[in-house]
Design a protein around this ligand. Structure first.
Ligand code: 13P
Length: 252
């Protein structure tokens, strides 16, 4: 059975005050949901320990990026092992902002995925095409290649720690969302790629991200291959984030 996950990526936003006001509220409201959703908060790394403490094990916590290395002279970097040690369950890897602004390559993403899994973290591998690539009819080709290269180091028994998030770059922070049908088609394509690689594709959770809000989440999450969402802006409001968590359909 696939996990139903709603993860809030705060990006470089938030403060101690936001941590203190939001986490407790999300925790108590998510606890009252009966749809089996796993809520994850992914704050800036400095706030991870505070979020872990306030989440009390009822909300999972993630880190937005990890290093390609385990330890050593890499000033400014944080390793997967450190994130795990601090109470993280998840690591985002290969977010499009890291690919575009920091030049992260599929090869680096693959190494980071390997580090995350070896440290006991679940890796949320982010993939997605640009508007130019979509308009050129290349979206599926681009995303499929990203998936294949990003999972190059995943071993046979590690697939249960892998989550893939499809985030079309043109939908991130723009208010434009893929239609539920287009998102479903891409998720089905990603599942087919995973299956062709020999992964237990039916057990791998696939998330949609890109301008997910309380009013469009239900239609997206109702799609057969969309198992939840990766939420940016709307995750900075407890009420909006909880509404999106609530939009996950219950299991019949
Ligand atoms: P928005 O929900 O703000 O579009 O961000 C999506 C995202 O990049 C989550 O990782």
């Amino acid at each position: 059975m696939r996990r139903r996950i709603v993860a809030g990526n705060w990006k470089m936003n938030g403060s101690k005050d936001l941590v203190n006001s939001l986490v407790g509220q999300v925790r108590s409201e998510v606890a009252s949901l009966d749809n089996g959703v796993e809520a994850v908060i992914i704050p800036p790394a400095l706030f991870v320990s505070d979020v872990v403490r306030l989440a009390g094990g009822e909300i999972a916590v993630g880190i937005q990026n990890i290093a390609c290395w385990d330890s050593g002279a890499y000033t400014g970097e944080v390793s997967a092992g450190m994130a795990r040690d601090s109470g993280c369950d998840y690591a985002l890897v290969g977010h499009s902002e890291r690919r575009q602004l920091f030049g992260e390559t599929d090869q680096q993403v693959a190494v980071k995925v390997g580090r995350a899994l070896a440290s006991g973290l679940n890796a949320v591998i982010c993939v997605g095409e640009t508007l130019e690539e979509r308009e050129a009819g290349r979206a599926e080709e681009v995303v499929s290649a990203q998936v294949r290269r990003s999972v190059a180091e995943v071993g046979g028994d590690q697939w249960h720690q892998v989550v893939v998030a499809y985030e079309p770059v043109w939908a991130i922070g723009t208010g434009k969302t893929a239609t539920a049908e287009d998102a479903q088609a891409m998720h089905a394509a990603i599942r087919a790629v995973l299956s062709a690689l020999g992964a237990p594709a039916d057990e791998i959770s696939l998330l949609y991200g890109g301008s997910v809000k309380a009013d469009n989440a239900a239609a997206l999450f109702a799609q057969p291959d969309i198992d939840g969402g990766l939420i940016g802006g709307a995750s900075l409001s407890a009420a909006d984030f909880v509404s999106i968590c609530r939009a996950v359909p219950g299991r019949s």
